[in-house]
Design a protein around this ligand. Structure first.
Ligand code: S5P
Length: 491
């Protein structure tokens, strides 16, 4: 029999964080406010070892508490596989609750063999207000089934236990949110400020089962986790990808959020520009396919300049093909981009396979830790075809699923593109003189893109390239972008 040891609980808490079953940021919730913590236990089906541990611990909990029941029933849908494993391990027959009654045939809401008066234990993944548990309880009760207990994986401590208790159901959780926060903090995964921000939010958002807040209105809820309000230092700790952490830290220590678009066609001109502007930038963006005299020596020299002035190289390749082609375009050909560009850009048009294709272009896991991608969710070009749905789907690719650790951020024009503070918003179309060029490029000022549009890094090309003194222009753009950032986080 598996017992719940402290070590096992701690290890599972860390593992759940690692696989993105929960994360910290600024997330829109069903109840209409933004939460600084988000749970998505749906991902655990992709990790059989985690499924096994979670269900072992649920069974151990059921045994410890001596919760005997004739049936077990999962709250649809996330908890269904967990309930199945509990049923198998305990040899307790399962009941399945339909979310909608079938329009034909039996019209049953509860599938399985039972009799009125039978007892049933509920299994649930994450509890906020407890309303999902109560919906399942209601349907079971309408068939005469008796429910007295529910085992759950995570209690967000927002009033769920009290709400279900009012309906005669005791809730037993493996983890409370406080336990998860403290464990991650003790293990050095999150900062004290994260623990405090989440605790403050939870205290202010105790929820009734109807979704209303106990003794408070939504407007007064603290939102310390809004991405644009957090410093780059704090966000470095929230980032999932090692390279993104490095970039945030570089920005914070070098005090620059300027990316220079080195759109020049001679290798020596690019190197000269990089040397002059290197001290002011966090990233140099290349379009390697516009360089007429490309050579391996150019790359060697560029890497030396990048090291000397401490900036990263972003090849703005805007990959957009199927995974197999992208993996070759990234790693092979005359440019061998994967061998020198810390970061690349890619369109989300092909879906998740674009990220998988890029990962496949790298030789091993270690190489992946030093590489990353910025996904395009919007474009600065006038009349571009991107709509709200495309933006939303791009956000999902960037923040959900197993490849999110390779994504460093999103190229976009507005702060609504994504909420997760562990990603970087990269915004092109920046110029001191606003306006539109003769090919449809739209420009905003440095202050506007940072303070109004949510840019973390501003990309400047011709604003610097066409200046009489590029070094001076880079310093000016750096100063203005950085001052705008400081003002943004100080409010
Ligand atoms: O939507 C976009 C995305 C990108 S990456 N709009 C853009 O302008 N870019 C790139 O940013 C573009 O390819 C160019 O290299 C740079 C903007 O240059 P500028 O000269 O207009 O400042």
């Amino acid at each position: 029999m598996v017992t719940k040891s402290e070590d096992q609980m701690k290890a599972l808490a860390l593992k759940l964080f690692e696989i993105n079953a929960f994360k910290f940021g600024d997330f829109k919730m069903k109840v209409g406010v933004n939460s600084p913590v988000y749970f998505d236990l749906r991902v655990i089906v992709s990790y059989p070892d985690v499924m096994q541990t979670v269900s072992d611990l649920l069974v151990a909990q059921i045994k410890e508490l001596k919760l005997s029941s004739k049936h077990v029933c999962g709250v649809p849908y996330t908890a269904l596989p967990l309930a199945t494993i509990v049923s198998l391990q305990q040899q307790t027959p399962m009941l399945v609750r339909r979310k909608e009654a079938k329009a034909y045939g039996t019209k049953k809401l509860i599938e399985g063999i039972f009799q009125a008066g039978d007892t049933c234990l509920i299994v649930e993944d994450v509890v906020t207000s407890g309303s999902s548990i109560l919906e399942t309880v209601r349907d079971l009760q309408s068939e005469g089934i008796v429910v007295t207990d529910a085992v759950v994986v995570v209690d967000r401590e927002q009033g769920g236990a009290a709400n279900v208790a009012k309906h005669g159901v005791r809730m037993h959780s493996l983890f409370t949110l406080s336990y998860l926060l403290n464990t991650l903090h003790e293990e050095g995964r999150i900062e004290r400020s994260t623990v405090d921000a989440v605790a403050k939010y939870i205290a202010a958002t105790q929820i009734n089962t109807d979704g209303s807040f106990i003794g408070g209105d939504k407007a007064s809820i603290p939102n310390d986790f809004s991405r644009t309000k957090l410093t780059y230092e704090i966000r470095a700790n929230l980032a999932k990808s090692p390279l993104t952490k490095r970039l945030f830290t570089l920005m914070a220590t070098k005090k620059t959020n300027l990316c220079l678009a080195a759109d020049l066609s001679k290798a020596d001109d690019v190197l000269d520009l990089a040397n002059k502007c290197g001290p002011y930038i966090c990233m140099l963006k290349t379009h390697v396919d516009i360089i007429e005299d490309f050579s391996e020596a150019f790359i060697t020299n560029l890497k030396t300049v990048a090291k000397k002035h401490n900036f990263l190289i972003l090849e703005d390749r805007k990959f957009a093909d199927i995974g197999n082609t992208v993996s070759q375009q990234y790693g092979k050909g005359m440019y061998k981009i994967a061998s020198w560009a810390n970061l690349v850009t890619a369109h989300t048009l092909p879906g998740r396979s674009i990220v998988q294709g890029l990962k496949a272009g790298l030789s091993n896991d270690n190489a992946r830790k030093e590489r990353g991608v910025f996904l395009l969710a919007e474009m600065s070009a006038k009349g571009n075809l991107i709509d709200e749905k495309y933006k939303e789907s791009s956000n999902k690719i960037a923040t959900e699923g197993g490849d999110a650790d390779f994504v460093s951020g999103v190229v976009c024009q507005s702060s609504t593109c994504f909420g997760f503070p562990g990603l970087i918003q990269l915004t092109p179309g920046v110029k001191i003189d606003e306006g539109v060029d003769n090919l449809g490029q739209q420009y905003q000022t440095p202050e506007h893109v940072v303070k109004e549009r949510g840019a973390d890094i501003g990309i400047v090309g011709r604003g610097i390239l066409q200046a009489a003194n590029v070094e001076k222009a880079a310093a000016t753009y750096r100063d203005r972008l950085w001052a705008a950032y400081l003002e943004r986080v100080s409010k």
